[in-house]
Design a protein around this ligand. Structure first.
Ligand code: UD1
Ligand code: BG6
Length: 371
């Protein structure tokens, strides 16, 4: 039921404050004399020791689910101290890449039925790794075949382009990072900031959804473009990949997400006054590097759209003209959840304005169950 919305994708974008709340429900437990919040992921509690002791954590997924894992990788590495590597399911299978008994392999899939992810799971099981699922679908093949896991509880997602599942997947993996990381004196302040950030996230997403009209206006300006680049780095490398994926899969406009640190190694050759480029430059440890990227793009007369933290408009756009999209700032590792929302809205409006099918894009399926 689409309710008051015209399309499922639109409904699912706008219901993210609620889906995120459901994802976290019952999993952040406040209590005890020290008032600290503990994370309870019921499906993992008997396996936590094994995950903490593993030599490596390997994320495996396809499409948006892969991007969600990429967004969560930095915080999992930081809090757990365990090396985290990334595998696109088909590529792991093509290479028959090494998976060991000492590995924890985490399979991320909204549907829980994607053929490549499922085959990669079978491969990891044969190789003796602890296999953890992160899925939205209770009873799905991946939920059944993994040793343990977490349901993201985002509610049914109908639009082929994944939106609310993406943000809920990131939140589950941030909670996974808190759970695996455990409590130490040295990371106490950081953990508390992340927990506070999780509690605040639904209201921050509600706030960023108010950009709807602004993103529709931007979509009108971009309606006839051939191509759109998205640059991000650090926590928001994933935002660049996922924003570009949204745009290409539904609006049928060519779009590429790129690591800003790689800009000089090729992509810079594409920059001119015509090609629109979105730069994600919200406030985190990479901010000054992104400011320098923006300056270099200005120097080549790039046509820039900058996503920055509220209040940073003047400092991101000094010395050139650009369109600025200001978003609320949250704890750095949760910022990808906020930052993707304007890009989801842009992809949605571009698609409607260009007259394409939003919920069932050409040639795509919600769940790809064949190789
Ligand atoms: C579970 C209940 C939830 C209840 C809560 C109360 C289910 C599906 N969930 O939630 O209704 O409110 O207890 O304590 O009944 N699993 C996998 N692979 C996956 C995903 C999950 O093996 O990909 C396993 C988990 O290890 C766990 C079970 O499925 O054994 C349920 O997972 P999840 O729903 O995340 O657990 P809880 O949040 O504890
Ligand atoms: C398909 C969908 O390609 O599968 C994408 O169209 C999705 O939206 C991808 O990200 C992976 O799906 P899942 O269900 O494994 O997360």
């Amino acid at each position: 039921n689409k309710g008051r919305y015209e399309h499922y994708m639109q409904k699912e974008i706008h219901e993210q404050p609620e889906s995120l709340t459901t994802t976290m429900r019952g999993r952040l437990i406040q209590g005890g004399s020290c008032k600290a919040t503990t994370v309870l992921l019921g499906g993992l509690k008997d396996h936590m020791k094994t995950i903490r002791r593993s030599r490596r954590i390997v994320f495996v997924g396809c499409g948006t689910s892969y991007n969600a894992a990429l967004a969560a990788r930095p915080i999992l590495e930081e809090l757990s101290g365990v090396p985290v590597t990334m595998e696109i399911a088909s590529d792991l299978l093509d290479r028959q890449g090494p998976i060991y008994r000492e590995d924890t392999a985490v399979f991320v899939s909204q549907s829980g039925e994607t053929a490549d992810t499922l085959l990669a799971l079978e491969y990891a099981l044969e190789n003796g790794a602890l296999c953890v699922g992160i899925t939205n679908t209770v009873g799905s093949a991946i939920a059944r075949k993994t040793h343990c896991g977490v349901h993201i509880n985002a509610g049914a997602e109908i639009g082929v382009a994944s939106t609310k599942a993406y943000t809920s997947q990131i939140v589950v993996m941030a909670m996974l990072a808190l759970a695996v990381g455990g409590d130490t004196i040295s990371n106490q302040a950081r953990r508390e900031a992340i927990v506070d950030g999780l509690y605040d996230l639904p209201s921050k997403v509600r706030e960023v959804l108010k950009l709807d009209n602004e993103m529709k206006d931007l979509a009108k300006q971009l309606i006839a473009e051939q191509s759109l680049l998205v640059f991000g780095r650090g926590y928001n490398y994933a935002t660049a990949l996922e924003g570009a994926l949204k745009v290409k899969e539904v609006s049928l406009m060519h779009s590429e997400g790129m690591l800003a640190g790689e800009m000089k190694h090729g992509p810079l050759a594409l920059v001119d006054e015509n090609l629109p480029i979105i730069v994600i430059a919200t406030h985190d440890a990479c901010f000054s590097k992104q400011q320098s990227v923006i300056q270099q793009l200005h120097a080549r007369r790039g046509r820039l759209i900058v996503v920055c933290s509220k209040g940073d408009a003047a400092s991101v756009c000094s010395g050139g003209s650009c369109r600025v999209i200001e978003v609320p700032q949250v704890e750095d590792c949760l910022q990808p959840v906020v930052n993707i929302v304007p890009l989801q809205l842009l992809a949605y409006h571009l698609t409607v304005l260009r007259g394409h099918n939003v919920d069932q894009p050409r040639n795509l399926a919600k769940s790809v169950t064949t190789q």
